[in-house]
Design a protein around this ligand. Structure first.
Ligand code: G3H
Length: 526
């Protein structure tokens, strides 16, 4: 073991995870397992580290998980979808308290499995725990607001939000805990049942949480399966029995799954997909601020964020000054292992450096140059971010979502150039706009707000704080996520209505008094 790895973060024994969760039972898998390696070396001479293995389940386990979720939902009659709000909250609170005890191991595995640095790995865990507590509070609020009757045009109505059914939940590798749980938790909170399959990377870190799921929720409410998407998710979708596809990933895999579902109107989509968020640097911008925000926007977690700045438009008048400062800033970033808390850390996908190299080669062939000295330098598990300029539309790095350390730069003289490019693009998540002149900013903000869903003024793009809406246009998203919006996305308005007459009033009063219906209730929890 490399002596430079702090003791707390060393991998002493590989983790042979052989369990999965179906119908409240932690089953032991005796079939094939998938090896989990880290691109981070444990020895002085570079060698990937063997972290352990997870089950590689097959179609029949996937269909068992679906059956378990369907049975737990039981066409809306199940224990979970009909449970009283306070009881569902009790289960969620039990889960989050158990989850909190697993912080150290989960943070350690986030670092090893996906190379996220220590402070970001800790933030991912803590942010997720906070998200769960905030979800519980928001759910209470939704419930409080629904604990009443309305009357319009002689019709009484008791309106609530009800679950949708069975949710298939697939998360990404870059936020293997946070983004997946930001789907799963609100889906469960609203009374849905779920099948959850972790991503290819960031999968071992889910295994310490299996018991917490098992012990906190009724059987079949959460089913956790491990294996390949094509083997597990496709047969589940083909049955047509899934009510919600909740996926954070890319639009190609989302579309492939959606097309396999035979009942398109049954299927609700909650999708967070790819993006190519631009930064636009205007002539009057504060350049030091723009540089530092563009660095964090394009390079935090090596650009492996859907919200990362993936192309920079800089006005011709300040291009040279901006690029000089920016190139220096890129080359002065620290590279190291996650526990060194370096800004740049190993890439979890072994073939990513090669892919980034291909983007660079293609851009160089078509007339771009690497502007920074270290740009494109190879390490065993990394490639130093290259600032590429001038980038043109025929280059792959202009078109593709690089999701890694390479920064394409385009210069412009007329603001309509970046605006036209954004309108033409298949993506529409966010933009970062750098400038100080309000007369210029005002009309631009008005246009940009109609091209994307978040205009970040003199700030890098990001998802958080999680109370804000997170969504996108075109191929970037479907539905809106935030603590509050996610609860809405995973539910539907459903209500009981009755005409105002003495007999109906009497029945309503008796229903309220006898408290036999969990739906009809004017009680709420504070
Ligand atoms: O991968 C996309 C994430 O939602 C980005 O979240 O902006 O908090 O890094 P973040």
């Amino acid at each position: 073991m490399n002596a430079k790895i702090p003791e707390d973060y060393q991998i002493t024994n590989p983790i042979k995870a052989d369990q999965y969760l179906i119908n409240g039972e932690l089953k032991t898998w005796e079939g094939k397992s998938a090896v989990v390696n880290s691109t981070i070396s444990s020895t002085e001479d570079y060698k990937p580290t063997h972290l352990g293995s997870v089950p590689e389940l097959e179609e029949s386990q996937a269909l068992d998980a679906l059956d378990a979720a369907l049975n737990a939902y039981d066409q809306g009659k199940g224990l979970w979808p009909t449970m009283r709000v306070n009881e569902r909250i009790d289960c969620m609170e039990k889960f989050v308290r158990k989850m909190e005890t697993k912080r150290d191991i989960v943070v350690k595995l986030i670092m090893w499995e996906i190379g996220k640095n220590l402070s970001s790995a800790q933030k991912e865990f803590d942010r997720t725990v906070k998200y769960i507590y905030d979800t519980i509070e928001d759910y209470k609020n939704i419930d409080r607001n629904a604990a009443k009757f309305e009357k319009h045009e002689g019709v009484y109505a008791h309106i609530r939000r009800g679950p949708l059914g069975v949710v298939l939940c697939l998360g990404p590798y870059n936020y293997p805990l946070n983004e997946t749980f930001a789907l799963l938790i609100p889906a469960l909170m609203m009374g849905n049942t779920a099948i959850f399959k972790p991503a290819k990377f960031g999968v071992l870190l889910i295994t310490p949480l299996l018991e917490a799921f098992q012990e906190s929720f009724p059987p079949g409410v959460v089913n956790v399966i491990f294996g390949r998407g094509r083997v597990l998710a496709s047969p589940i979708m083909k049955t047509g029995k899934v009510d919600v596809l909740a996926l954070i990933g890319n639009s190609k895999s989302a579309n492939a799954l959606i097309n396999q579902h035979p009942k398109s109107n049954r299927l609700r989509l909650v999708l967070g997909l790819e993006a190519k968020n631009p930064a636009i640097v205007l002539p009057h911008a504060d350049l030091d601020l723009a540089v530092s925000e563009c660095i964090s926007g394009s390079l935090s977690f090596n650009g492996q964020r859907c919200t990362a700045l993936k192309i920079i438009y800089v006005h011709e008048d300040i291009k040279n000054e901006f690029l000089q400062k920016f190139n220096q800033a890129v080359d002065s970033q620290s590279f190291g292992n996650p526990w060194d808390d370096a800004m740049l850390t190993p890439l979890p996908e072994p073939d990513k450096p090669q892919y980034i190299q291909e983007l660079i080669d293609d851009a160089l062939d078509k007339g771009a140059k690497i502007l920074n000295k270290k740009g494109g330098q190879h390490f065993d598990n990394y490639i130093w971010p290259a600032v590429l300029y001038p980038v043109t539309k025929n280059m792959r790095v202009y078109e593709e979502e690089q999701f890694g350390p390479v920064i394409p730069v385009v210069s412009f003289t007329d603001i309509n150039e970046p605006l036209d490019d954004m309108a033409e693009s298949n993506y529409g998540q966010q933009v970062s706009l750098f400038g100080k002149n309000v007369d210029v900013l005002a009309p631009l903000i008005d246009t940009l707000a109609n091209l994307v869903c978040r205009v970040n003024l003199n700030s890098s793009c990001q998802r958080g704080p999680d109370v804000y809406p997170f969504t996108g246009r075109k191929d970037s998203a479907k539905s809106t996520l935030s603590v509050h919006d996610a609860l809405r996305s995973f539910s539907i308005r459903t209500f009981v209505a009755t005409k105002d007459n003495p007999q109906n009033l009497e029945i309503l009063e008796e229903l309220l008094e006898k408290k036999q219906s969990k739906f009809i209730s004017t009680e709420y929890i504070l």
